[in-house]
Design a protein around this ligand. Structure first.
Ligand code: ARG
Ligand code: ZN
Length: 418
């Protein structure tokens, strides 16, 4: 389907609104390999002076020699960016020739607004789904609102586990920290459904739900998620106003009390990795942190789900120092990754955040670990950059199936190692 056809297609046009009207016709995603300090400087300058959107790493200051960089370059900037890159002699690969086409390919069930587990659901649909799945599974699910977002939307936490009447250990899992990482909320929804539909038949899931509770926050950054559906598919941060700046939003994964704003984060409100005006300046961060602090005695694991890169990370990211639990965290991550890979052969890398991707302070994983929650993991789901944030709906099912195996592996380890 061509862009022009899609514009006059009433179903497509009506459903996606002005998100599709935004002209991404000739935008491209490029993968650069900086081979020298000079290349790194050139990429940082492109990031600062030209309006390009960093996909990986999250901002220009996180670029390092030898690690590939994925950038989304708007059509108007392509000539200039190509000229600079060719002069520099840097290795450049075109990952996505046409972003518009990838956005269309990403949603193949766009004609329906009904909830589904193999499609991307907008916020209104997820919000209704929370009520309906809770009501339909009263023996296994209860839900609560842990606070509202900046724009006043509810942050739901579903408690999934057999109601036994006695205190149970718990695992906390959130999705949707970063708005454009749509596969993440899709996984939290899949997880809840899979838990209730396999309870009683799958012996591992039955044991888990009989003996522990999962607190699942399907969308953390609800305002950002909504914005990524209605205005800007590539939005990442929260939607709060910044005093003294016209730029909107804070990176919620730089906003926690873990070496806050010391490294791999920016104090510039216009940066995609802005750490915020203070620790927990974002109401979403504060709501999450308050819930976890309140339930600290029972929460044994903290899982936070992002995309993309196929990584399973654990603390620390704010320092290269290893945690006192390094060897256990590493061996559990390796077990989880081999379970994941066994299903479809998807390759993951695991390790501490700082050394495995880049140092970045203020993350919720490091904060939870330092609070005393030993099993703290960040997932970076599919893919490795072919579609990046625009992972097609056809990959939701295999991605969720394989990720379930990793989550169950970690949960079983937690249950057996109280
Ligand atoms: N891509 C994620 C981010 O930059 C990785 C998070 C890893 N953890 C961390 N504390 N930086 O937000
Ligand atoms: Zn993320």
């Amino acid at each position: 389907i061509s862009y022009l056809n899609s514009c006059v297609n009433p179903i497509l046009y009506g459903f996606v609104g002005h998100n599709f009207r935004k002209n991404l016709l000739r935008d491209k995603v490029l993968r650069l390999t900086p081979g020298s300090e000079e290349h790194v400087t050139i990429i940082r300058e492109i990031g600062e002076k030209i309006k390009v959107d960093f996909w990986r790493p999250d901002s220009p200051d996180l670029v390092t020699i030898g690690k590939t960089v994925d950038i989304h370059v708007p059509a108007a900037q392509l000539d200039m960016v190509f000229t600079i890159l060719h002069q520099s002699g840097m290795e450049v690969k075109v990952m996505l020739e046409n972003l518009q086409e990838a956005m269309e390919a990403q949603m193949d069930q766009r004609a329906t607004k009904a909830h589904g587990y193999t499609k991307y659901n907008d916020w209104a649909t997820i919000n209704d789904w929370v009520s309906s799945i809770t009501a339909a599974n009263a023996d296994l699910i209860s839900s609560q609102v842990i606070g509202n977002t900046y724009e006043g939307r509810p942050m739901h936490v579903l408690t999934v586990g057999k109601k036994t009447g006695s205190a149970k250990q718990a695992i906390f899992m959130d999705c949707g920290f970063h708005a454009r990482e749509w596969i993440s909320p899709a996984f939290c929804q899949w997880f809840v459904n899979e838990a209730v539909t396999t309870y009683g038949t799958d012996s591992e899931m039955t044991t888990l739900l009989d003996n522990m509770d999962f607190f699942v926050l399907p969308v953390f950054n609800v305002d950002g998620y909504e914005h990524s559906w209605t205005n800007d598919r590539m939005w990442r941060k929260t939607r709060s106003k910044n005093s003294g700046s016209n730029c909107i939003g804070t990176d919620p994964n730089r906003n926690f009390d873990a070496g806050w704003c010391t490294i791999g984060a920016s104090s510039n409100p216009c940066s995609e990795t802005y750490c915020g005006s203070s620790i927990e300046s974002e109401i979403e961060s504060k709501n999450l942190a308050n819930f976890i602090r309140t339930n600290k005695a029972i929460i044994k694991a903290y899982l936070t789900v992002h995309s993309y890169s196929q990584l399973l990370l654990f603390p620390y990211s704010y320092t290269y120092d290893h945690t006192p639990d390094h060897s256990e965290l590493l061996s559990v991550s390796r077990g989880a990754v081999s379970a994941l890979t066994s299903l479809h052969g998807t390759r993951y890398t695991s390790g501490p955040g700082a050394a495995t991707i880049y140092p970045a302070a203020g993350g919720s994983d490091d904060w939870a670990y330092d609070l005393g929650i030993k099993y703290s993991y960040t997932f970076e789901l599919r893919d490795e950059g072919f579609y990046g944030f625009l992972l097609p709906e056809s990959q939701i099912q295999p991605t969720c199936e394989e990720t379930m195996l990793a989550v169950k592996y970690i949960a079983t380890h937690v249950l057996n190692n109280p």
